[in-house]
Ligand binder design. Structure first.
Ligand code: CP
Length: 302
């Protein structure tokens, strides 16, 4: 059954994920199809974004639709005190689809419950980023030729990283093994560890980022420390540069290793890694266009 609103990756079974990835492949082959002629999407971004907003908007434009919305909530009437409910109900009068990023966890689910039109969660606080996960899984399949049985090492801010939380759930269908590398302050929350235990997914936690772990890894998923989620800036200063991947650390890595990052990068991947053929974060972001075209078609039943 098709997905009406995409608010959490946990809504997607493996069949849903495979269906969306197969559709994305057809968009990679031909991204310009005018199947959305006459459709309008509203992009409501209450938090900053480069990739997610621009790739969703490009996806919609390349499919022949039109976009309304805001990229800065300060220019919307939410800055005058309008509630999220009222904003969603008003925008639902104008658009066929809402694509929303919000700083509150659960905001996308709430929006999907107050409107009849589809809502796509473009990130809600530290909770979920399901379209990022689908493009991450598309990229993993593209680079590994398979999804099952991979060793995935996730490094950085595992506490606040919504892309991390979604990725663990999205990959749970494909028998992964995880290494989680984080400083004590940014360890993976118990909720995600219980999720792994419940789904019999093996994982090891580490606080030191070593070549020994990199050398056992198929996908190295680097993440940024999420400054905007900290209430204590001294704590942020202590952990912000805790792990930096440098090219020399990859010398013993597997041939099939690929380095992914949801981006933006701050300091956690040195620029000398960019020229290593195992660096794949720029093509990963490009895949966001095709996967988001597929997600849009999924929720609009096209
Ligand atoms: N990966 C990601 O969500 O990037 P943006 O914040 O630029 O959208």
């Amino acid at each position: 059954m098709r997905i009406h609103s995409l608010v959490s990756i946990e809504q997607c079974g493996s069949d849903d994920i495979v269906r969306i990835l197969n559709k994305a492949k057809t968009f990679e082959e031909n991204p310009n199809r005018r199947v959305l002629e006459g459709c309008i999407a509203a992009t409501l971004f209450f938090e900053p974004s480069t990739r997610t907003r621009l790739s969703f908007e490009t996806a919609f434009n390349r499919l022949g639709g039109k976009i309304v919305g805001f990229s800065d909530a300060a220019t919307s009437s939410s800055s005058k005190g309008e509630s999220l409910k009222d904003t969603i109900l008003i925008v639902s009068n104008y658009a066929d689809l809402i694509i929303m990023r919000h700083y509150l966890e659960g905001a996308a689910r709430y929006a999907s419950e107050v409107t009849a039109i589809p809502v796509i969660n473009a990130g809600d606080g530290a909770n979920q980023h399901p379209s990022q996960t689908l493009l991450d899984i598309y990229t993993i399949l593209q680079t590994q030729g398979r999804l099952d049985g991979l060793t995935i090492t996730i490094v950085g801010d595992l506490k606040y990283g919504r892309a991390v939380h979604s990725l663990i759930a999205g990959l749970s269908h494909f028998k992964p093994s995880f290494h989680f590398i984080a400083p004590d302050e940014l360890r993976l929350p118990d909720e995600q560890k219980h999720y792994c235990d419940f789904h019999h997914i093996p994982y090891c936690e580490h606080s030191v980022f070593t070549e020994e772990i990199i050398n056992q890894t198929d996908i190295l998923y680097m993440t940024r420390v999420q400054r905007e989620r900290f209430t204590d800036m001294e704590e942020y200063e202590r952990v912000k540069n805790v792990y930096i991947l440098r090219n020399e650390m990859l010398s013993g890595s597997r041939d099939n290793l690929r380095i992914l990052h949801p981006l933006p990068r701050v300091n956690e991947i040195a620029y000398d890694v960019d020229s290593n053929p195992k660096a794949y974060y720029i093509p990963q972001a490009r895949n966001g266009l095709f996967v988001r075209q597929a997600i849009i078609c999924e929720v609009l039943n096209l």
